[in-house]
Design a protein around this ligand. Structure first.
Ligand code: PRX
Length: 695
């Protein structure tokens, strides 16, 4: 980890924003936590007596049998041995049972679990908790019939459709471990994740419309499965949801003729052709039509794996973050309840894709754990126009809304009338996640979207934390634009200096946590050592987030961003190493370095420096090729904004690239600080001269 990014973040102007917003009075009256004193009292209990706090919460869930040892047991200190975290070990439960059967037994069977809003505004659906239970049982039986067993990994590569949630809960019901890959990743990235997890099967869909673009998901999966086969890790089964209207001339298999049961609306498949491998590929609707609707849940241990989800690692190889059943269930449901101040008549909408952790915790598990009604949205904020979000809010009378700062920044560029022409009076809580929110965007969200009546919750967390860790509570916390405010129940944050001393009072340092909470990850799949080195080695005794943070005179926390070599593009975390290894696969490239660069909409974007091989010339054409190289190797969201020629890179005498200097070159800032460790200072002038005109 490089420490050179601490204190480097000046693009978030805190001063103008030291304005405080009290919780809306209308909320405080009915909310779960009515004021800051109540928050403080509950917080004290949660960190002082975790067993009493979480034990009481656990009572609302179904346990087939109780824990047989300590309620919580852990080691956070590498000097004392291996790192481990266990909550409620020995207890038996099933998360799908708790999301479905338990809610149905409690009288919520006819309650809408999800409204589904398609990419096309006329394409829609809804599903109740009972119907969801039936679909999940059927698909559980489908998975079993395909040979999926408890503990097997199942890859999921799907658009935002109800079947995606059905597939994940079916895995959970039979004890299979889902590994969802966001359906914007390339074939290559998908295959890398399937191989690392050694997946037995994959669930996908034929294709999907995103805005006016048609994506052929099945062909991306086909290519990925080809790579898996070549690398000796073939996937046995591929289940395909028929999501687009079938095309007459399209002949794939016998099963294809049997599409009547398959609900399709305004989803023409255009010219999309999909391949089919008999024996491996199966239509979802065909298997479902033959499946029984009874499926007893598999009673799992509290600490059995529930799912893995890949996140970028600073070495470039993604890490399979592993979460377990009971702790994740308690934590996703509890954070959902308090952070969105969940009430039974809420209509809750999280715009995140289920392919990211936000979708896992706050589209699926958190809301369903509370028996909430949610919205699953397939489309984009700009289709058919920039008013879509607010159109959907009006349509379903959404009360709690959760999105990313990047979406807010891109929408606030348009005329406010895109927002104001829709009725937003149902809204009560507005959340953000994924990256720091600049005060200007926060204030627009509050004033224009929320009409100054809503609580804004800026929620800081990570794939690794399973749920919110630093966040306001809507009825209790006075907010400051740009601050994620205070720790959630059970979270004990600290700010550390580079040599590991805790900073008391106002200051800036490494954001770490001192004790575990139920939702923290348990390991990196297949690589526990990497888990220990990434999160626990630098500061023994602490979980290290990899983010920097400031604490102000009132104790508010302000996340300043990553301090390792990670880039957060529109809330998607990428490692610079990942981008670099894609670039150097191009024949003309000898060496590459990429850095994070400020961007008005995306928050950060990727700026690359490439050193070419002898004889190669830098040209506009090469830039286009390199950008598309990264798109196809990783995915469209990873495309660099800038690529500049770098005859040489600034390195230390030991050969380490000094990214701190590259970040300065990228923003044309000549205040370089200490350059005495550079092997050759003349490199820098050249780099400044070769900056692309548009940067
Ligand atoms: O840098 C922080 C940033 O996103 C990182 C986690 O990314 P990921 O695991 O993909 O999960 C994103 C969704 C939870 C963090 O290390 N981040 C996330 N939320 C915030 C944030 N930075 C500032 N403020 C936030 N609210």
């Amino acid at each position: 980890m490089s420490d050179d990014r601490l204190g480097q973040h000046h693009h978030h102007q805190h001063d103008q924003a030291h304005q405080t917003f009290e919780p809306p009075k209308s909320l405080s009256a009915t909310s779960h936590v009515k004021d800051f004193q109540e928050y403080q009292r509950m917080y004290k209990q949660s960190v002082g007596d975790p067993e009493a706090f979480w034990g009481q919460i656990a009572e609302q869930f179904h346990w087939e049998s109780p824990p047989d040892g300590a309620f919580v047991n852990y080691n956070f200190d590498t000097r004392k041995g291996s790192i481990f975290i266990k909550w409620m070990e020995g207890a038996k439960t099933n998360i799908a049972y708790n999301m479905l059967d338990r809610n149905v037994k409690n009288g919520l069977g006819n309650k809408i679990a999800f409204y589904w809003e398609g990419n096309d505004p006329l394409d829609q659906g809804k599903i109740t908790y009972s119907e969801m239970l039936e679909s999940v049982c059927k698909f559980s039986n489908v998975l079993k019939s395909l040979g999926v067993k408890r503990g097997d990994r199942v890859a999921i590569y799907m658009p935002m459709i109800v079947e995606l949630v059905v597939a994940m809960l079916a895995c959970a019901r039979i004890g299979a471990v889902h590994s969802i890959v966001f359906a914007g990743f390339s074939s290559e990235s998908l295959s890398e994740r399937i191989i690392d997890a050694n997946c037995y099967a994959i669930v996908t869909a034929d294709g999907v419309w995103r805005g006016s673009k048609l994506l052929n998901l099945k062909s991306i999966v086909d290519k990925a499965l080809e790579i898996c086969k070549e690398k000796g890790k073939p996937v046995n089964k591929c289940v395909v949801v028929r999501h687009l209207s079938p095309d007459e001339e399209e002949v794939t298999s016998e099963a294809d003729k049997d599409v009547e049961d398959c609900p399709v609306a305004k989803r023409p498949c255009g010219k999309l052709k999909i391949g089919w491998q008999n024996g491996r590929d199966e239509w979802w609707h065909v298997l479902m039509s033959q499946a029984s609707k009874d499926c007893a849940p598999e009673w799992l241990d509290a600490e059995d794996p529930l799912f893995m989800l890949y996140t970028s690692g600073s070495t470039g190889k993604p890490k399979g973050v592993l979460h377990t059943v009971a702790g994740y269930m308690l934590y996703s449901a509890t954070t959902f309840k308090y952070v969105f101040d969940y009430q039974p008549d809420d209509v809750y909408w999280c715009t995140a894709d289920v392919g990211w952790i936000t979708g896992h915790s706050y589209v699926c598990y958190g809301p369903m754990g509370n028996g909430a009604t949610g919205v699953i949205f397939e489309g984009t904020p700009f289709y058919p126009d920039a008013g879509r979000f607010w159109n959907v809010v009006e349509k379903y009378k959404v009360t709690k809304f959760y999105t990313a700062p990047t979406a807010i920044r891109s929408l606030m560029k348009f005329d406010d009338s895109f927002v104001t022409k829709y009725d937003r009076s149902s809204l009560k809580v507005l959340g953000t996640v994924g990256e720091p929110i600049n005060p200007e965007a926060w204030l627009w969200y509050h004033r224009v979207v929320g009409q100054e009546n809503c609580a804004i919750v800026d929620t800081f967390w990570q794939t690794e934390t399973g749920g919110h860790v630093i966040t306001p509570l809507p009825g209790a916390t006075a907010t400051k634009p740009g601050s994620a405010t205070f720790p959630f129940f059970g979270i004990v944050p600290a700010l550390l200096t580079d040599d590991g001393r805790e900073i008391t009072g106002p200051g800036e340092g490494y954001l770490v946590f001192k004790q575990p909470w139920p939702g923290i990850m348990r390991t990196v799949f297949g690589n526990h050592e990497r888990f220990e080195t990434t999160y626990f080695k630098k500061f023994p005794g602490y979980y290290c987030t990899g983010d920097g943070a400031k604490s102000d005179e009132d104790g508010y926390l302000w996340i300043t961003g990553r301090i390792d070599d990670m880039v957060n593009v529109s809330g998607h975390l990428l490692s610079t190493a990942e981008v670099e290894s894609a670039l150097i696969e191009h024949d003309a490239v000898a060496e590459a370095a990429s850095v994070s660069h400020p961007h008005n909409i995306k928050g950060e974007c990727i700026y690359c420096f490439v050193t070419l091989k002898e004889g190669a010339t830098f040209s506009d054409n090469l830039v286009v090729e390199l950008k598309s190289m990264v798109r196809s190797k990783i995915g469209p969201f990873a495309q660099p904004d800038y690529i500049q020629n770098a005859p040489a890179l600034p390195k230390t005498r030991s050969g380490k690239i000094m990214r701190r200097i590259l970040r300065k070159v990228a923003v044309n800032d000549h205040e370089l600080g200490d350059t005495s460790t550079l092997a050759d200072e003349s490199v820098i002038d050249t780099l400044f001269k070769l900056r692309p005109a548009e940067a």
